[in-house]
Design a binder for this molecule. Structure first.
Ligand SMILES: [Zn+2]
Length: 449
């Protein structure tokens, strides 16, 4: 028995994304005549977690089949014979589509909020284990004990004399990689916990017993998610982003702001995993009693991203008026930090599944020194999101055809706008220009597919 996946291009590496078709064939041949009950072809998704529970000195292993669909036997392109004849080859076709969502029954445990239900029923990406072997470009920074895998599984059943479970004659599975398209989720802002810190305030003193000489505030707004092509992970078709850091120095007297030295940015990759389902987002409850112990675990990897010199950054002197109508002097500065996409690493999208979560934290640290304080640093930790989008070269043929119509219509948008301008106010009108244009392009589509 063998499983072959259809190649969609000469260099197809069988990486699929949301909406992709997974087509292929299960090929069966035998050396002698064999009576069979039937054949089952499944598209499955499984998450596996291993956790060492020190308190009870036991290794907990968990396997959760979060997704399983079968190919109807009537649609295998071949009638299933009762007997497989010797030295005869039988091909059974399968066709699956990568869904964006899982069935609601996948996640039935107690959940703290509706956002958890939504997150747990999204398709998680392939992660760890199989991925490390299959992906020569670099690992996805997950621990060995966590694995999310997808496969096509074919099983041949023997004729069973009893009415109980049929006996397996042969079985095999073919792993494949899934990198789902993940749209940005609404932020859930419980940010200032053990993991994130959007603002840091530091009181500066000349000595241990002296009065404060000023306060330094370092703050940042949440950077935009970095969008990576869902099918281009090996080359990370993305230049990264820019994070903006705001600095503010409030002097205690007539002190000058500190001299800025440098700024470093690093990425911390967290994989949360558990032997029991997460009832809340693990990054939100991190370092709280809700996080729990024992069956909960966290794996962290750090990557340096960039370092820039800040010696040329100038402070701006501002004067604000206090409630008592006295003048308050402060100094402000803006720092723009490049956030490149790490090379040779597979950044799976940020996701939260029943047993496994992946989140990214951007650590930005500002180094400074002054005549009244030794060299010091102040840091912020930001939630960094990586999401994935479709690569145009992998669009299904029909979608490409539909897109042609949309693009041509948009190219003639000026004609449509001119038409709208001619309408009487407050009177609904059909948009003739777009409709006619769509009709005029439709006959040509067949020759372009
Ligand atoms: Zn769940």
């Amino acid at each position: 028995m063998n499983i072959y996946l259809d190649k969609r291009s000469p260099n197809d590496d069988h990486l699929y994304t949301t909406g992709d078709h997974i087509d292929g064939v299960v090929s069966v041949s035998t050396e002698r005549d064999i009576e069979i009950e039937g054949i089952q072809i499944l598209f499955r998704g499984v998450s596996q977690v291993e956790i060492e529970q020190l308190s009870i000195q036991r290794l907990s292993r968990l396997e959760h089949v979060f997704f399983s669909v079968h190919q109807p036997m009537a649609e295998m392109g071949n009638i299933i014979p009762n007997v497989l004849k010797e030295e005869h080859n039988y091909d059974f076709r399968f066709k699956f589509v990568v869904p964006s969502k899982l069935m609601p029954q996948t996640c039935r445990h107690f959940r703290q909020n509706s956002h958890i239900s939504q997150a747990h029923t999204l398709l998680p990406p392939t992660m760890g284990g199989v991925k490390l072997q299959m992906c020569s470009e670099g690992d996805d920074l997950s621990p060995e004990c966590v694995k999310i895998s997808y496969s096509i599984q074919a099983t041949l059943f023997a004729v069973s004399k009893k009415a109980d479970f049929p006996k397996t004659l042969a079985s095999m599975s073919k792993p494949l990689k899934i990198m789902p398209i993940v749209h940005e989720q609404p932020p859930i802002d419980r940010s200032n916990n053990g993991l994130y810190c959007l603002m840091k305030e530091k009181t500066m003193k000349l000595g241990l017993w002296r009065s404060p000489t000023g306060r330094l505030f370092v703050s940042a707004s949440q950077p935009q998610p970095i969008v990576i092509s869902a099918t281009g992970h090996q080359r990370q078709e993305c230049m990264g982003t820019i994070a903006t850091i705001e600095l503010k120095f409030s002097p205690g007297g007539d002190e000058q702001p500190p001299d800025l030295h440098s700024c470093t940015a690093g990425l911390s990759i967290y994989t949360f995993y558990s032997a029991r389902q997460w009832e809340d987002f693990p990054d939100s409850i991190f370092a709280t009693t809700q996080f729990g112990t024992g069956s909960r675990s966290i794996h962290q990897k750090d990557i340096a991203l960039s370092k820039i010199c800040l010696k040329s950054v100038q402070w701006t002197r501002d004067v604000a008026e206090s409630i008592e109508s006295t003048s308050l002097i402060c100094f402000t500065a803006l720092v723009h930090v490049p956030i490149p996409t790490p090379r040779n690493k597979v950044l799976v999208p940020t996701f939260h599944a029943c047993f496994v979560s992946r989140v990214y934290v951007l650590n930005i640290s500002i180094a400074y020194h002054s005549t009244w304080a030794k060299a010091s640093t102040s840091s912020v930790k930001l939630r960094m999101k990586y999401s994935h989008r479709h690569n145009a070269s992998h669009l299904p043929k029909q979608t490409e055809k539909d897109a042609v119509v949309c693009m041509r219509n948009l190219a003639n948008w000026i004609a449509a706008v001119d038409e709208i301008r001619s309408w009487p106010e407050d009177l609904p009108q059909p948009l003739h220009a777009l409709l006619n244009l769509a009709r005029s392009y439709r006959p040509n589509l067949g020759s372009e597919g």
